[in-house]
Ligand binder design. Sequence first.
Ligand SMILES: [Zn+2]
Length: 286
Amino acid sequence: MGNHRADRRGLRREPSESPTPAAGGRRKAERPARHSGSRGSLFRSLPSTPVLVGVAALAVSAGGAVTAAGTNLSAPEPARFSQASALSGASDVSQVSLVEARHAAISRDSRRDALADAADSQLVAQAEQQAEQHDAALAQLAQQAETQAKKIARNAWVLPLDSYHLTARFGEYSGLWSHYHTGLDFAAPTGTPIHAVAGGTVTSTGYDGSYGNKTVVTLDDGTELWYCHQNQFGVSVGDVVRSGDLIGYVGATGNVTGPHLHLEVRPGGGDPVDPYEALVHHGLQP
Ligand SMILES: [Zn+2]
């Protein structure tokens, strides 16, 4: 029993003895000192950042309201009224004036920004337009190359020279010819490669009077294509050529005033037809 009471007293006394005024005061003083490095406790004692910003904003709002009211309102005691309303957040005339003043300021900034943006966007637009044009040009070149490749692949007709300018057309009259011009003239420097306009078999190569060095390629349907005034031959009789193949080089042999390819188209080996029309008929634009 005695032990039991002593124990109970002991149990009861121990917690009550520890927080004696002296001991408790030391401990309470020591705890913050030991944990002074803890940022949590230090920051908790200061206003948080949003609170500070909020106070600053409120101060600015009040100041702004006073200024706006002073310039916009002639009514007595506008400053105090508007300052109070700004602080209270109430909506009244002076608050509207504040909003208008702010809006005007923002509008000025917006106009300045808009001008700067306009200049920037103009430069950007120019750059974009140049890039688009560049891309378009590349795309066009790629498409042309692809088209040419496809035509060659399916043995479609192709233009005989990569670069030229047309001089004499079919049917024209000139002192150079005994009757009328029987072909289409592609002017180009001597030595310019001549490509087969269409696939076929080489049936003739040689010098032929006013035609100069002439190659005849006969197509499967019997149409003859004549390549005249060549400087040099690139194929021999019996050679089978596909459209686009090199068959010779531009020259000024025969009855000419300058180097060019004279192309003739003779269906069935008969009378010549207009090569220009024949090329257009085959999807080309000479
Ligand atoms: Zn000609």
